[in-house]
Design a protein around this ligand. Structure first.
Ligand SMILES: Nc1ncnc2c1ncn2[C@@H]1O[C@H](COP(=O)(O)OP(=O)(O)O)[C@@H](O)[C@H]1O
Ligand SMILES: [Mg+2]
Length: 241
């Protein structure tokens, strides 16, 4: 297996709070890597450091064997769109920021709008879209330049079941060209989509492996029934942020 992303002893503190505590892992090329944890676990902080939006206090992020961050796309947890541009306009604009020729960006925009169920909203201003549509547009924006790695931070938050299935199918469909790091606390989605999952809590990695392997790794003889059982067993029942 070829690692496309390596994280080595990554660490981030906010004042006295250790948000990410010296974590290390590798993501393989073409993998859907589920990054799971309760609220406040450190998922977004780690994604920001992996994608170059936040400088780590310590540690390294190595992408594709290089130490520079390129060919990556990010779909942030908090939706970021240009309210006063249409869906198509902002996708083309974003594409041009990545130096994609206009004709190609237009073609790619149409493909993405189609794939994410937004074709009929192509010429609508973003500010007129529903929350679920904005979320799908946010995903499209992360993928306009056909990145080799895409970081999706809770991409399914706030989606209705129809949209969730569409986004799930779309994420699966890009897997052969794009490595996906998917942060979520939705165990069902994680189990359906991920080749491997990494469970983090309080900035530490608690488990990493295939869902099947994690379910079997119960201390008693009976395997866990679901990924949710594994998750609750590892992260406990106390309420979070
Ligand atoms: N900018 C910030 N300043 C201070 N604390 C922060 C900041 N961002 C996140 N935190 C804290 O760091 C911890 C990890 O947050 P985050 O990475 O957003 O977790 P997750 O994405 O898993 O919910 C939480 O306790 C959160 O409150
Ligand atoms: Mg988060």
């Amino acid at each position: 297996m070829e690692a496309i992303l390596e994280v080595e002893h990554l660490e981030k503190k906010y004042g006295d709070l250790i948000a990410v505590n010296s974590i290390s892992f590798k993501v393989n090329k073409g993998e859907i890597f589920g990054f799971l944890g309760p609220n406040g676990a450190g998922k977004t902080t780690t994604i920001k450091m992996m994608s170059g939006l936040l400088k780590p206090d310590k540690g390294n992020v190595i992408i594709n064997g290089e130490n520079k961050l390129k060919s990556i796309g990010v779909c942030p947890q908090n939706i970021v769109v240009w309210e006063n541009l249409t869906c198509h306009e902002q996708l083309v604009f974003m594409g041009q920021m990545y130096n994609i020729p206009a004709a190609e960006a237009k073609k790619r925009s149409k493909e993405l709008l189609e794939a994410l169920g937004l074709s009929d909203k192509k010429d609508k201003l973003a500010k007129t879209l529903s929350g679920g549509m904005l979320r799908r547009l946010n995903i499209a924006l992360a993928l306009i330049h056909s990145p080799v790695i895409v970081f999706l931070d809770e991409p399914q938050a706030g989606l209705d079941p129809q949209s969730r299935v569409l986004v799930r199918d779309y994420i699966r469909s890009i897997k052969h060209t794009t490595t996906v790091i998917l942060s979520t606390h939705d165990m069902e989605e994680a189990e359906k989509l991920s080749d491997r999952v990494c469970i983090i809590d309080k900035g530490n990695i608690l488990a990493l492996g295939t869902t099947e392997a994690l379910k079997k790794a119960n201390h008693s003889d009976t395997p866990f029934k679901s990924l949710e059982d594994v998750f609750i067993n590892m992260t406990g029942r106390s309420l979070r942020e």
